[in-house]
Design a protein around this ligand. Structure first.
Ligand code: HEM
Ligand SMILES: *[C@@H]1O[C@H](CO)[C@@H](O)[C@H](O)[C@H]1NC(C)=O
Ligand SMILES: *[C@@H]1O[C@H](CO)[C@@H](O)[C@H](O)[C@H]1NC(C)=O
Ligand SMILES: *[C@@H]1O[C@H](CO)[C@@H](O)[C@H](O)[C@H]1NC(C)=O
Ligand SMILES: *[C@@H]1O[C@H](CO)[C@@H](O)[C@H](O)[C@H]1NC(C)=O
Length: 492
């Protein structure tokens, strides 16, 4: 009897604590319209029933307006697809951190890399890693980008005349080997675990675990995760990946190099940079390993998906594929085997518009969860209290009809003609995010994906029986189509 009363008291206290922990959000509810979910689970059950569909969000924009209160799984959020509000958020010094749920998931699954850091830790790490993303370093990767893309082209030749094929796994292989070498050094390629695909599998698991742990936050609870066997598998993967990275770090620490004789580029690749920072005592081993892992995670699937979605749209809109091919013929009169230089890329202005239009319609990172570290006053007068999760819905910012017109949902590279860009809100297009915490690999991604697309489109024409109307999204950190188009590859 006594213990029952105790339990009731505990439950009531837990409930009061829960309400108290969300008090800021309830205050915001007085000022912003939105969807009141169920206690504790919010939208979660509905969201599971709809199989992680994101269409629901579009309906709630119609019902509650472009900035409203909603839920991401079990987390209450302020959701927005309004460029003005996005600008307020991304230019504020009080909204630079990712949400707790996202940071925790990244730390648990991949360790303390820059993407997973908050506050002053993030500021410091960003300064430390910035040199790894400078122009000279990027230029030193050009031979690697060309070589790995040539391997991809050779492989695609074997697909010609084979009917419709899955291409996404091939693009993932391409971007993974590229990211691995640019991050960890080109020696890694000979590693047997890389050659037989073991390492890629582990990274796949890591990425999936990260995504699922954001979507189902209960996976972040140590007890639940252990009971379900998730924790054991997670630790196994992370131990394996850390051991892989550590062996390379230790190898580098052993070999004495004369830094003054090395070029700026070679000194500043991610692996050489973290080894330098370990030597000077500025980075722990754990931080260094996390940094390497998260750089690879940030870069490989996003780039592969960009190549994949751009080709999808070009297969669905053949007249634009032909226009892209005409431009390539002019820039590379000697055909598709030419080395692609940085200058060549600057000349591919139509391809640039195509890629931007593709990242507009199918943004590789569709949603950005941030969190306010102090009260944040929006220009529309609303005050967002400290500690509220703010979700920037990049996908729907990019399809906001007030900024992109009534045809916002169709593919039209003319959206990126200079005249149209000038007239548009600067925060209506944010595939790499903007401001202090934008994508560090932005230039890297643009260059490597353009080289891949340039070579693919010079050598092949792609077609598909997939229909544009059938595009449907599966909620995920990286853009994920529920049904993935297959391609037929034709030689040019
Ligand atoms: C098309 C490909 C890519 C897209 C669309 C993309 C997009 C993004 C976005 C939206 C963010 C911001 C996340 C946030 O603020 O919460 C981000 C962060 C980041 N990206 Fe990328 N990315 C791409 C490729 C890459 C590549 C290739 C690399 C590495 C070589 C990279 C490295 C990073 C890093 C390190 C961060 C964290 C920056 C920080 O927290 O300060 N990304 N990316
Ligand atoms: C890949 O190669 C490594 C090292 O030789 C081996 O330990 C591992 O079992 C192999 N994995 C697969 C899937 O073949
Ligand atoms: C990706 O590369 C690995 C290692 O080279 C290989 O084992 C695997 O079969 C490749 N996967 C695909 C889909 O080509
Ligand atoms: C490194 O190289 C520089 C210039 O080539 C030379 O002056 C210096 O003595 C070398 N340092 C060591 C430790 O070998
Ligand atoms: C494409 O987008 C990038 C920003 O992501 C921008 O720098 C570039 O100028 C854009 N190109 C065109 C043609 O709009």
């Amino acid at each position: 009897m006594y213990s029952l009363q105790l339990w009731i008291v505990v439950v009531i206290l837990a409930w009061i604590y829960f309400l108290w922990s969300r008090r800021r959000f309830y205050l915001l509810m007085l000022r912003v319209k939105g969807h009141i979910g169920y206690p504790l689970v919010g939208f979660y059950l509905q969201y599971l029933r709809k199989k992680r569909n994101t269409d629901q969000r579009v309906r709630y924009y119609q019902k509650y307006g472009p900035t409203h209160l909603s839920w991401l799984g079990t987390v209450p959020v302020l959701l927005t697809c309004e460029p003005n509000v996005v600008q307020d958020i991304l230019t504020s010094p009080h909204c630079l951190d990712k949400s707790h749920i996202a940071c925790n998931a990244l730390q648990l699954t991949a360790g303390p890399g820059i993407m997973a850091l908050r506050g002053s830790h993030w500021v410091e790490r960003r300064k430390q890693m910035n040199p790894s993303f400078r122009h000279n370093v990027l230029m030193s990767f050009l031979p690697l980008f060309n070589e790995e893309t040539n391997n991809l082209i050779s492989l695609l030749h074997t697909f010609v005349g084979q009917g419709e094929q899955k291409l996404l796994p091939e693009f993932i292989n391409w971007s993974f080997t590229t990211a691995l070498q640019s991050t960890m050094g080109s020696d890694v390629k000979e590693n047997p675990d890389i050659k037989n695909g073991t390492l890629l599998n582990k990274f796949h698991y890591l990425l999936e675990d990260t995504s699922l742990s954001v979507i189902h936050p209960w996976r972040q609870n140590q007890i639940i995760a252990t009971l379900l066997g998730i924790q054991q598998r997670r630790s196994k993967m992370l131990n394996y990946l850390n051991a892989f990275v550590l062996s390379i770090i230790e190898e580098k620490l052993k070999t004495q190099t004369n830094a003054s004789q090395e070029s700026f580029a070679s000194r500043n690749t991610v692996i050489n940079r973290v080894v330098e920072l370990i030597k000077s005592g500025e980075l722990s081993y754990a931080d260094a390993m996390g940094e390497c892992l998260l750089t690879i995670v940030a870069g490989f699937e996003t780039s592969a998906v960009t190549v994949f979605t751009t080709l999808t749209l070009l297969a669905l809109f053949p007249e634009h594929q032909e226009a892209a091919f005409e431009e390539l013929k002019n820039v590379f009169p000697n055909g598709g085997d030419s080395e692609v230089s940085h200058d060549d890329i600057q000349k591919l202005v139509f391809l640039d518009r195509v890629m931007n239009e593709s990242m507009r319609l199918l943004p590789p990172v569709p949603l950005l969860p941030r969190e306010t570290s102090a009260d944040l006053q929006l220009t529309n007068g609303v005050l967002i209290p400290k500690g509220v999760t703010v979700a920037i819905d990049i996908l729907n910012v990019h399809r906001n009809k007030n900024f992109w017109g009534p045809e916002a949902d169709t593919f039209n590279p003319d959206n990126f003609l200079p005249k149209n860009i000038r007239e548009r809100h600067p925060y209506a297009f944010i595939p790499f995010n903007k401001g202090k915490r934008n994508c560090l690999g932005w230039k890297y991604a643009e260059l490597s994906t353009k080289i891949a697309l340039a070579k693919i489109l010079s050598n092949f024409r792609v077609s598909t029986s997939f229909l544009y109307e059938d595009i449907s999204f599966l909620d995920n950190i990286v853009m994920n189509l529920r049904e993935k188009p297959l391609f037929e590859v034709h030689r040019r």
